[in-house]
Each structure stands twice: as C-alpha cells, then as structure tokens.
Design a binder for this molecule. Structure first.
Ligand SMILES: Nc1ncnc2c1ncn2[C@@H]1O[C@H](COP(=O)(O)OP(=O)(O)O)[C@@H](O)[C@H]1O
Ligand SMILES: [Mg+2]
Length: 294
C-alpha cells in the first residue's frame, strides 16, 4: 500500500477479489514486501480493532478460508489468534441440520485457517507465538529453510529431515480435532513434502518439474506464488493433491518472470485455478500466460 492508499493490483470488477485494507495515514508504508526494501510496519501498526469494524467483521464471519503470513506474528499475535480461534471454533460448533422435503441434510460450517512460516527468522525468534497459533492451524505452509529453523528452535536432531520436521508441526496439539493439521513444505526445485496429522509417518512427496537455468529469472516470491495456487485450489474445493499441483504451477510461473508481473499473475492464477474444474488436466499456467499477453 503506498502513501496515497492506492489499492494495488486490479479492481474487484476485473479480479473478483475485494480488498479491505486498514489505512494508517501517519504510517504510510511506501514499501513493497517483495522489493527487498521491506518494513514490518503493516504488522506493527495493525490495530486489532480493525477486525471488529462492521465491514471487516462481516467479511470474517462469512469467510471460509483465512490465510495469515508468519510476518504478522512479529507484532500481531493477538489479531492472528482472534481470527484463528474463530475459524477453529466455527468448524467445531456450527452444525446445522435442516430438512428439505423430508430428507435430512447435514450442513457443516467450516472455516479453515492457514499460516505461512514466511521466513526463517519467524521460527527462530517467534517460536512461542507460532506454537500459540499452530494450535488453531489447519494448514501450515513453509519452505525448507523455515522448516530447518523450526527444527533448530525446537531441538530436532536433523534439520534436513523435512518429513520429520513436517510431522513435528503436524502432530502438535490442535484445538479443533475434527480435522487434521496438514503441513506443506516446499523446497524450490526439489520435491514438496506434505504431512497430515492423520498419517504423520506417511509423508506424501510431490516432484517439481525441472526448469533450466535459462528459464529461471527470479526466484523471489516463489513460495508466495505456491501458497496462492495451493489455497486457490482448496478454496475451489480441490483435493490437497490438486492444490499442490496448482501451487507448483504458479511457483514455476513465478520463477520464470520478472517481478513487475508477479502480483497480476498471482491474481490471475488464483482465479484461474478457481475456475478450472481440475488443475491436473487443465494446467492453469498456459491460460494465465495467454490472459496476460493477449
Ligand atoms: N528453481 C526452481 N525450479 C523449478 N521450480 C521452482 C524453483 N524454485 C521454486 N520453484 C517453484 O516454486 C515453489 C516454491 O518455491 P520455494 O523456493 O520452495 O519457496 P520460497 O520462495 O518460499 O523459498 C516450488 O515448490 C516450485 O514449485
Ligand atoms: Mg526457496
């Protein structure tokens, strides 16, 4: 968000995405988190009261998926916990049974909470905050360095054993036990490891398509692109398998692009994944490229 509080990216009319920023005018950020000239002030100056403004409270009540970046834990654990607890409770208690023409229909109101580890310094210096939030997390996403930092913070014997590290997070206590915690660790060009608390000793490993050095322009933001694709697919009702595939597709697109196009690609990617019936048979990448270049 720049100092004129311009909403970045496209308007809701073209993207279908509605953005409700909290604008703190004395503290204009004027920096982009991916410019490598960054500030954590967006988290530092965030006011929990923003969550209970009528407009935002309505959105939180209606949301099915929440995604919080680990950066927020540097200053905003309270706000994160408020949303995370709400999501966790919603899945526990909101069971409505209604009757249509004599048939009984079970409707379960579920709110899913996902957290990204975001950077190695988060597990390194904010372990206690992470543990508080993990209690309510349905999905935890990170990369291999963040996983290694977690292993070091909690004293796991092997910082390279990604399945074991993912298992250690997946099996931590969970407030809402009606659905398991799933941990997703990407490793750049290497395979992505997914561990679910329901079967923590059986990691699922998803290979990443190889790209040549000539194809790779900038690997910054690949993890965010992955998360966008992964969550977009989940929101569209896809399986975890399909979601990882969508994440890989956007990750691959991201590393092949220069930064300026990245944000638009993400939005197009998430929307495309949402629109497609099956990302495994309709690769979203080609459609996204066509959309941008036509
Ligand atoms: N060198 C690469 N070759 C192919 N795909 C890549 C490469 N780097 C990243 N990706 C894609 O982006 C995803 C996320 O990348 P990763 O480097 O793990 O995230 P982060 O940006 O958090 O370090 C990977 O799972 C993969 O799909
Ligand atoms: Mg990486």
């Amino acid at each position: 968000m720049n100092r004129r509080a311009h909403v970045p990216l496209s308007s809701p009319v073209t993207t279908g995405i509605y953005i409700y920023h909290r604008i703190s005018t004395p503290h204009a950020a004027d920096r982009c988190s991916r410019s490598l000239v960054t500030t954590l002030r967006a988290a530092e100056k965030f006011d929990k009261a923003h969550l209970s403004t009528p407009e935002v409270a309505r959105l939180i009540d209606g949301a099915k998926y929440f995604y919080v970046e680990g950066y927020f834990l540097t200053h905003g654990t309270e706000s994160t916990l408020e949303v995370a607890k709400k999501a966790s409770d919603a899945g526990k208690v909101s069971i409505l049974i209604s009757s249509f023409s004599g048939d009984r229909c079970l409707c379960l109101t579920v709110q899913v909470f996902a957290l990204n580890l975001s950077a190695p310094f988060i597990p390194q210096f904010f372990k206690a905050q992470l543990e508080q939030v993990f209690l309510y997390c349905d999905f935890v996403i990170g990369n291999e360095s963040e996983a290694a930092a977690w292993a070091s913070a909690v004293g796991l014997p092997n910082e390279d054993d990604i399945p074991a590290i993912a298992k250690s997070i997946a099996t931590l206590p969970k407030a809402n036990t009606s659905r398991p915690r799933t941990v997703v660790i990407t490793q750049g060009p290497k395979e992505t490891v997914v561990v679910s608390a329901t079967n923590p000793d059986k990691p699922t490993v998803y290979p990443v398509d190889t790209l040549t050095d000539e194809q790779i322009h900038d690997t910054n933001g690949a993890g965010d692109a992955f998360a966008g694709g992964f969550l977009g697919a989940l929101v569209a009702g896809k399986s975890v398998d399909a979601a990882v595939l969508a994440g890989h597709t956007l990750g691959a697109m991201c590393v092949q692009l220069v930064r300026a196009l990245m944000a638009s690609i993400l939005l197009y990617g998430v929307l495309t994944v949402n629109c497609r019936s099956d990302p495994s048979t309709h690769g979203p990448s080609r459609l996204c490229f066509r959309s941008l270049r036509s």
